[in-house]
Ligand binder design. Structure first.
Ligand code: G1P
Ligand code: ZN
Length: 542
């Protein structure tokens, strides 16, 4: 059992994006590829004498990558690594373990909602001691380090049995294999009124949770079926599979269509939910009604006080810039601050750490609070359940009541995936160049009030993040946002975000695509999408 040092050479393109380094699995499996990136992490954050958390979403290569990372941590002098049994940890559970054990951070193996398998995606990200994703300064430093490192260290010990809970030694390091669910489930019990939810279940409430063959299966079974008493079988696709059963583990109406069909069918239960590959995203569906993530965030903020953890009120709320302004209206009514941050969870971390906000969310099916420093799919489901248990109204009634009180922000996101990178960049730079000429222009009968390329001034650390997406706001309150994805692994992805406000309850029941039709046409006219990228229709609509 000795550590060896392998000479290596820098590997190009190991630039971590908003959620760590994501590549096709065969790329990650190339000789030294994973090792180079992990060594760069340890070189930047330091490893000697430190304690880390390690786990992943169970996708293909998860287990062997875990063995490599453990042996490298040992050879780099780490004191201890806490690893989920079977190398499994959901992203929010990893965030919680990092905080609970006051560790020096953690490594999470996941490509989130991207498909997994030998030819699909893999990913590695580093989370900080606060439990949140590494900030840009750290990921930049890691990237710089990948370009210059010339050696990595790895222990030559045999693989550890990660299926057995307990403590073992690896070189000079302790490896603690822990139950991936227990501490997380215990945290949830402190946040929510489990008795109230159990009473709701006893009164006949039924739900479906689609774990999409990804990491939340064991969490959802333990919490929903065992602790809350929902019937066995409430959680479907509950066993994490290396290829997620061939599915795209992204909880949206397109990829979670089986759940959508059930919830809109004759035998729909009261409530439906799904979560993604690594368990940080969620989709909420009522019987016959879909809840957009922006609306879900607003409803959760408006009703969070019904759950014990938030009974004292919210310090503030935060949403990513492309997320609809529905939650801003709730914040205004409550007299609390609403922050608008760039896309990506890491921007919420500073606000949460500074105690400026309690609940935050993104339009991309991410919601969370200050209980961890990641978005948390099951947390959102449990907060909904807590609200339903207290209100004893259905999802549809709660949503309609919410719109009546605050107005409805019709909202949709159109994704144009796998488009030509150069065409996409050309389109964005043409649009950016036109920004100064836009205000005052009339499109589709709507006047443009303002346009900019969003820059975020972090109120906590004073940092500025520029070029976070083009925003075009109209006099009537409608809004268009365009940005290129930072997480795709194939070509470029254009995201077009569309929003329109409707105060009149008589007009709040339209199909969002219909309600947004003029806004959609305006976006195409302004950006020249068809001419620039050769596509006039998105391939995913949420
Ligand atoms: C996408 C989402 C974004 C989310 C990120 C990580 O990023 O749009 O809200 O934070 O995944 O889950 P994008 O591909 O748009 O850069
Ligand atoms: Zn995810």
């Amino acid at each position: 059992m000795t550590a060896v040092t392998h000479a290596t050479h820098p590997i190009e393109g190991q630039k971590p994006g908003t959620s760590g380094l994501r590549k096709k699995t065969p790329v990650f499996m190339k000789p030294h590829y994973l090792e180079n990136f992990v060594q760069a992490i340890f070189d930047v954050v330091g490893c000697k004498g430190k304690t880390f958390v390690l786990g992943g979403d169970g996708r293909y290569f998860n287990d062997s990558a875990a063995q490599v990372i453990l042996k490298m941590a040992a050879a780099n002098g780490a004191a201890k690594v806490i690893v989920g049994q079977g190398a499994i940890l959901s992203t929010p559970a990893a965030s919680h373990l990092i905080r609970l054990n006051r560790t020096d951070g953690g490594i999470i193996m996941s490509a989130s909602h991207n498909p997994g398998g030998p030819t699909e995606d893999f990913g590695v990200k580093f989370n900080m001691p606060n439990g949140g994703p590494a900030p840009e300064a750290v990921t930049e430093a890691i990237f710089e380090r990948t370009k210059e490192l010339s050696a990595y260290h790895i222990d030559t010990a045999a693989d550890i049995d990660l299926d057995r809970i307990g403590t073992v030694r690896l070189g000079g390091m302790t490896v603690a294999v822990v139950d991936p669910v227990a501490d997380y489930a215990a945290l949830m019990e402190t946040l929510f009124d489990f008795d109230a939810i159990r009473a709701l279940v006893a009164a006949g409430f039924r739900m479906r949770f689609d774990a999409m063959c990804a990491v939340t299966g064991p969490y959802a079974r333990d919490i929903l079926e065992r602790r809350l008493g929902l019937p066995e079988g409430t959680v479907v696709n509950a066993t994490p599979l290396p290829d997620f059963g061939g599915h795209h583990p992204d909880p949206n109406p397109t990829w979670a269509h089986a759940l959508m069909e059930e919830m809109f069918g004759p035998a729909a239960p009261d409530f439906g939910a799904a979560s993604d590959g690594d368990g940080d995203r969620n989709m909420i569906v009522g019987r016959g009604i879909y809840v957009s993530p922006s609306d879900s965030l607003a409803v959760l903020a408006a009703n969070a006080h019904l759950a014990p953890a938030y009974a004292g009120g919210l310090k503030g709320v935060a949403r990513s810039m492309p997320t609809s302004a529905a939650v801003d209206r709730v914040a205004r009514a409550m007299g609390i601050e609403a922050y608008e941050t760039p896309t990506g969870w890491k921007f919420f971390g500073n606000l949460l750490d500074a105690g400026r906000c309690t609940i935050c969310g993104e339009e991309s099916f991410g919601t969370g609070s200050d209980h961890v420093r990641e978005k948390d799919g099951l947390w959102a489901v449990l907060l909904w359940l807590n609200i339903l248990a207290v209100k004893r109204h259905g999802v549809a009634a709660i949503l309609r009541e919410h719109w009546k009180t605050y107005g409805r922000n019709y909202y949709s996101r159109h994704d144009f995936e796998a488009i030509d990178i150069h065409a996409a960049e050309r389109m964005m730079s043409t649009l950016k160049a036109a920004i100064p000429t836009l205000p005052g222009t009339r499109v589709e009968g709507m006047d443009i009030a303002a346009a900019d390329d969003f820059a975020y001034h972090d109120p906590v650390d004073g940092s500025i993040s520029r070029a976070q997406g083009v925003r075009i706001r109209f006099d009537n309150g409608a809004r268009i946002v365009l940005r290129l994805s930072g997480t795709g692994t194939e070509g470029a992805t254009l995201r077009l975000y569309l929003e329109r406000y409707e105060a009149d309850p008589a007009l709040q029941d339209l199909d969002p695509q219909e309600a947004l039709a003029p806004v959609i046409r305006a976006a195409h006219a302004l950006a020249g999408i068809k001419a620039q990228i050769g596509r006039d229709r998105p391939n995913v609509i949420t």
